[in-house]
Design a protein around this ligand. Structure first.
Ligand code: F6R
Length: 258
């Protein structure tokens, strides 16, 4: 389940290739996408590959994991802006292919559930990308979130607000709430790739490896998913038990469509 790569660039190469292969070989692909600094190298490589190979994107649908509540969609730190800047503006998507959780004003419970239902109507997520917070959150499912939640509004933890305020010039603009896919929506994905890079993720990754499945560490639910890979660079893997890790090279022999 834990695969150690030499660098973030090597992870980006692997993950972007998985995405391209799916897009090329499936008539319809539903992607679950994340934001944050971890994903930037992945989207850079994905853009390069899709452009170089002139891949047809007509059958691709993209759903984001989360969005801040209370930021206008065009706010520089909204996840809508992030996705445009780092992925969508570089590729020939049309609006009906791209879905963001409804965050710019407080969404109703029904609007949240409609987002989960929309994914199901399109056949569910084929491939879900995840980062991880230093407190073990996935999406914005903070510690203590019930494992069976669907899309919902969350109050961001003090740790998440401290971690993410680095992106805001004016720290007072850092939102207190977000809307996120629930852990049940994430677990419904057919395949999940969680990426952790950098020494600041080393402690939580060691906890994740050794812990049992517990709502206090939201990512621990992934241990019960039948098709999840956790991809780490060496810095994030430094405290892991090497006996329970697999070298990345074993994965490269098993690209899904080769
Ligand atoms: C973002 C998301 C979050 C991030 C996590 C790590 O859409 O779902 O769970 O993946 O906070 O963020 P970075 O990559 O900035 O360390």
């Amino acid at each position: 389940m834990f695969y150690v790569f030499p660098t973030p660039a090597a992870i980006a190469e692997y993950v972007s290739e998985q995405m391209v292969q799916r897009i090329c070989h499936q008539n319809k692909v539903v992607l679950g996408l994340a934001t944050g600094s971890t994903m930037k190298p992945v989207y850079d490589r994905l853009i390069d590959k899709l452009k170089q190979q002139a891949v047809n994107l007509d059958g691709v649908y993209c759903f984001n994991l989360d969005e801040y509540v209370g930021l206008a969609a065009d706010h520089p730190q909204s996840y809508t802006t992030y996705m445009q800047e780092y992925l969508y503006d570089h590729l020939p998507f049309v609006p009906g292919q791209l879905f963001m959780p409804p965050g710019f004003r407080q969404p109703s419970t029904q609007e949240c559930l409609d987002f989960s239902a929309c994914i199901q109507q399109l056949g569910g997520i084929d491939l879900q990308l995840l980062g991880i917070g230093t407190n073990g959150h996935i999406g914005f499912n903070e510690p203590g979130t019930p494992f069976d939640d669907r899309t919902h509004v969350v109050r961001l933890s003090a740790q998440t607000r401290a971690d993410n305020s680095r992106f805001f010039d004016d720290k007072s603009e850092m939102p207190t709430e977000a809307v996120t896919l629930g852990l049940q929506d994430i677990m419904d994905a057919k395949e999940i790739l969680l990426i952790a890079t950098g020494a600041h993720k080393a402690k939580i990754m060691a906890e994740l490896q050794s812990c049992s499945v517990d709502e206090r560490l939201p990512a621990s639910i992934l241990k019960t998913h039948p098709n999840t890979k956790i991809l780490l660079d060496e810095a994030a893997a430094q405290y892991l038990d090497p006996e329970q890790c697999t070298k990345y090279s074993s994965l490269l022999k098993h690209h899904i469509y080769r």
